[in-house]
Write a protein that binds this ligand. Structure first.
Ligand code: FAD
Length: 411
């Protein structure tokens, strides 16, 4: 769709997982909708890139809680294959991490997460998750590193109440054609206008009026699915202002995770598949996925402040650091067998400004505040609105359906 219709029932802002789920649900109920997307593509933080060596996921990649993830059924209905072999993210296929040390790390990590969950289950008042790190614990840097992957930020910035509410069955699957490709396929026949950033949601009149890069559009209701960064930094504004939404979004900031991909050239001694850490005694650690889905690739994953620094130093810095850490894990001759393919910069991405949300300590209930509809005509969805599956694509998807159904109930 190249131009805007003058009037519709529901304007959905954002064509990521949440917006697409909402669009499909409303279309199934016969509601006239328009999805308004700032980018030139579907999927938002779900984005599969085709490379000569196969598809790579720049954003979401894993169907977490795959045994009850609603997107598994969708993938099957849309004819997407599933890869059901389990990752082993705590194992290290490289050098310098003995079996006994790996076992000690896994035990320390388990103790940490168990104590945190226990505190939450016993109703302990909220506090930063870092409070549960044992003082001077040998494996603290690696546990912190995992937080930068899991939460996109260090444990000091993470609410234990929010983490305690997160539900994960521990079953993780992948899509050989890409998670981003699945989300895009799910939205392929929705009415979407691209390259159309929404600047203002004006709800002062009888109808909601959206000011966009391609003009104004009026609707009975708006369904807002943009990342919290957009609301918290007031890149998307409301008239009258919605300070409780701005405050909620600021309480649920996006952490950062970035990826870097290399192609493996020729023969190497690298393991057939597996996982390795680029360092063990520092939070500045890159996680390496070796030959993901059997492809001749290395996928590097980096999070938190380390990712922010590398991203802002530029892709050359990220590539150099990844090669350095890869050499530490596998030997100095191996990086010469790697060709750079792609790196992400989610913090600099103007329509994401980060990777996924975490609740600041004391702010877990802000997810419900963010998700609450306003006046029965402005609805909110997106991963940050999910109480138990925040930060994930399936969580975003589920909130899109909840918001669409709330609208349907109101009419
Ligand atoms: C590196 C990385 C790895 C990840 N790994 C996983 C994983 O393995 N598994 C998993 O489940 N999740 C993962 N995630 C998280 C997952 O991708 C997101 O939680 C999910 O895709 C968010 O969907 P959403 O619809 O809430 O938001 P988005 O996908 O961000 O969609 C919002 C849309 O709104 C658009 N937009 C923004 N501002 C405006 C505006 N003003 N006007 C119009 N449009 C606007 C954006 O362009 C975007 O398309 C990962 C994310 C990243 C970045």
């Amino acid at each position: 769709m190249t131009s805007l219709p003058s009037s519709i029932d529901v304007a959905i802002i954002g064509a990521g997982a949440a917006g697409i789920a909402a669009g499909r649900r409303l279309r199934a109920a016969g509601v006239s909708t328009l999805v308004i997307e700032a980018r030139a593509r579907l999927g938002g933080r779900a984005h599969t890139l085709a490379t000569p060596r196969g598809p790579i996921d720049l954003g979401c990649e894993w169907l977490h809680s795959a045994d009850r993830n609603p997107l598994v059924g969708l993938a099957q209905r849309l004819g997407f294959a599933l890869e059901t072999s389990q990752p082993n993210w705590s194992a290290h296929a490289g050098r310098g991490f003995s079996e006994s040390d790996q076992a000690a790390y896994r035990a320390a990590s388990r103790d940490f997460w168990d104590s945190l969950q226990k505190a939450h289950d016993e109703g302990m008042a909220d506090r930063p998750a870092a409070a549960f790190l044992p003082q001077g614990g040998r494996w603290n840097p690696l546990i912190q590193t995992i937080s930068t992957y899991y939460n996109g930020t260090e444990l000091e910035n993470v609410s234990i109440v929010d983490l305690g509410r997160y539900e994960d069955t521990g079953v993780n699957w992948r899509l050989p054609e890409g998670y981003g490709a699945l989300i895009a396929a799910a939205g392929a026949d929705l009415p979407v206008v691209f390259d159309c950033q929404v600047a203002l949601v004006d709800h002062s009149g009888a109808r909601v009026r959206l000011e966009t890069a391609k003009g104004a559009v009026e609707a009975k209701a708006a369904l807002v699915t943009v990342p919290t960064s957009m609301i918290g930094e007031e890149r998307l504004k409301f008239r009258p202002a919605l300070p409780e939404k701005v405050n909620a979004a600021q309480s649920l900031p996006l952490g950062l995770a970035d990826k870097i991909f290399f192609e493996i050239l020729g023969e190497t001694d690298l393991p057939c598949d597996g996982h390795a850490f680029g360092a063990l005694d520092t939070i500045e650690t890159i996680s390496f996925d070796i030959r993901p889905r059997g492809l001749p690739l290395i996928g590097g994953f980096v999070g938190g402040e380390f990712a922010r620094r590398l991203e802002h130093e530029g892709v050359v810095a990220l590539e150099a650091e990844a090669r350095r850490q890869f050499a530490a894990a596998f030997g100095s001759d191996v990086p010469s067998a790697l060709r750079f393919v792609e790196a992400t910069a989610w913090d600099r991405d103007p329509f994401a400004r980060g990777a996924y949300s975490h609740a600041l300590p004391g702010k877990a209930d802000e997810r419900a505040t963010l998700a609450a509809p306003v006046d029965g005509r402005i609805y909110f969805a997106g991963e940050a609105c999910s109480r138990q599956s925040f930060s994930t694509a399936h969580g975003a998807w589920a909130t899109g359906i909840v918001a669409a159904e709330a609208y349907l109930k109101s009419v």
